[in-house]
Design a protein around this ligand. Sequence first.
Ligand SMILES: N[C@@H](CCC(=O)N[C@@H](CS)C(=O)NCC(=O)O)C(=O)O
Length: 212
Amino acid sequence: MKMYFSRNPNPRLAVTVGRYLKAEVAFEFAAPRAQGQGDRYLSLNPNLLLPILELPGKALWEADAIACWFSRHTGSDFWRTGDDEPDMIRWISWGKENFVRACDMVHWERGTKQRYRIGPCDQAMVEEGLKQFHAAARILEAELSGRAWLVGNSVSFADFRMGTFLPFNDAARLPIDDYPSLRRWYGQLEGIEAWRRPFDGLDAPELPPLPK
Ligand SMILES: N[C@@H](CCC(=O)N[C@@H](CS)C(=O)NCC(=O)O)C(=O)O
């Protein structure tokens, strides 16, 4: 079993889950959108995006699906399967439509576009992303002021998914410090070794640096 990854946010999330759960999987750096690489990956993921988990006879793509697969196959409740499952799905779903999306908007302008020289930072998109970030962060702040993690009493995939873009906050500069409970919750994620250093020991080029 092999998972193709890069150091970008969604593949980083999937690598983090795999390493956190100590899944028996080989990790291989890939760049499906690089020139000349498409043919190799098209049959594995028609979107030519990462992560991709290559299984005997098939491939699974989308970080959430791969996280679910890792959790099932390591016998973990990291992906909840009991009464907490609807709650976890709620946060994954809401997060992707709200908090994660807002982080993505800002990170795209300030991070990815600059690293890969895709174009100038669109300030109007940054402003819109920040507006959506604050609206979502207020909801998370209220929730997290009364609890350590999003679901139940321990970390779950909902926490990892919500935090997808926060390891890239050197680039995105999202004001998470304005929200003390959110900041405390993210500090808990940063306390997890696999979260902090998912790529330790893996062979993968660094992301292109942000221009000075
Ligand atoms: N919805 C997909 C998004 C996948 C995605 O957008 N992947 C980006 C990185 S965040 C990608 O493959 N970029 C090309 C690369 O990293 O080489 C998921 O959650 O897995």
